[in-house]
Design a protein around this ligand. Structure first.
Ligand code: AMP
Ligand code: MG
Length: 321
């Protein structure tokens, strides 16, 4: 449903977000597809609706400064200067994440991207939802970012709970993403010119294409476990192996016990959205369980299963013989 972004409808949108639904809303950059950033199942639905073949970390949108402390581990002097100067506005900061940020929001990374948008509808929606809202652009994978409610309706209209129509987005390009994890580095140029940032904190690095591909250290935009991962398809394959010291990542629950050192079940009933919402936390737990190898079960490659398998293949490289 598409509605005009008046007070009453913003309230309705806020209640949809609170209940775990999806709302498209205007920001000064582009329309966002929002979900409660603290609800992993709601966030998994964003990936499903966008039909993304892979998981990317999402930007968390806040309307009040006190959320910044709750979502991050550390805010340094540079971050404070930039926030004072450019928030609310088209600047996203990547900072060390706190415990409360679900792994699916950050694609398993220990950092979180945060922004305070300046669009009054976006701010009112976040206030009304009383929770930070994670939102990528409200378009299906491979389509251009929407800058009107019309674009959103045409591309995603039947897949989301509500579209708040707040007219045309004034800036029309995405936010500038700046990592402050180490040396300040632009991860994505956008609505706030780099020169403006440099006036406040001095020269910043610009991430090059090759750095993006290599993803070294803190510039990493994806998480993979350090423990070797091997993919298997049927449960029988695993029962034939010596798995006392292995970790097992199961898609669904079986009516017999799998006796390994550590077992994680992505979704008891085999629901792909639930599986996606648990994927990164399950991988983290397996990685920390001190196992020699992680055997990860294939999931059906439809809907979110495509993104789940993309992540598992990146983590593994090959199937078990
Ligand atoms: P979009 O969701 O299309 O607005 O894009 C969000 C951008 O922020 C992408 O370029 C992400 O890779 C980047 N991003 C979000 N979170 C992080 C993070 N924790 N570390 C690095 N980059 C991030
Ligand atoms: Mg996008």
């Amino acid at each position: 449903m598409r509605v005009i972004a008046n007070d009453e409808n913003i309230k309705l949108a806020g209640s949809i977000i609170k209940k775990g639904g999806l709302v498209a809303f205007p920001t000064e950059t582009v329309y966002g597809l929002g979900a409660d950033a603290l609800n992993p199942y709601a966030v998994a639905k964003i990936f499903e609706v966008k039909n993304r073949p892979k998981f990317d970390p999402l930007i968390v949108h806040i309307s009040k400064f006190n959320w910044l402390e709750k979502l991050t581990e550390k805010i340094d002097e540079q971050a404070l200067k930039l926030i004072e100067k450019f928030w609310p506005g088209p600047l996203t900061l990547v900072l060390p994440k706190s415990e409360i940020v679900p792994d699916i929001v950050t694609a398993g990374l220990k950092s979180v991207a945060i922004r305070m948008p300046s669009h009054p509808v976006a701010l009112a929606l976040i206030d009304s939802a009383e929770t930070p809202i994670s939102a990528p652009s409200a378009n299906p994978f491979g389509y251009i970012s929407p800058t009107t409610a019309d674009h959103v309706e045409k591309q995603l209209g039947d897949k989301i709970d509500l579209i708040l129509d707040g007219g045309k987005c004034p800036i029309g390009v995405e936010s500038t993403v700046l990592s402050l994890l180490d040396e300040p580095t632009i991860l994505r140029p956008g609505g706030l010119p780099i020169e403006e940032i440099e006036k406040v904190i001095g020269k910043v690095k610009i991430q090059t294409k090759s750095e993006k591909i290599l993803s070294p250290g803190q510039l990493q935009t994806h998480y993979s476990p350090r423990t070797p991962v091997k993919i298997f398809s049927s449960i029988e394959e695993i029962l034939d192996k010596r798995i006392e010291n292995a970790g097992i990542l199961l898609f669904k629950k079986y009516d017999f016990e799998v006796k390994a050192k550590h077992v994680e079940i992505l979704s008891e009933k085999g629901d792909l959205v639930e599986a996606a919402s648990n994927l990164f936390s399950a991988l983290h737990r397996l990685d920390e369980a001190g196992v020699d190898v992680i055997y990860a079960q294939e999931v059906p490659e439809v809907g979110l299963g495509i993104a789940i398998m993309d992540r598992l293949r990146k983590a593994s490289g090959k199937k078990i013989e």
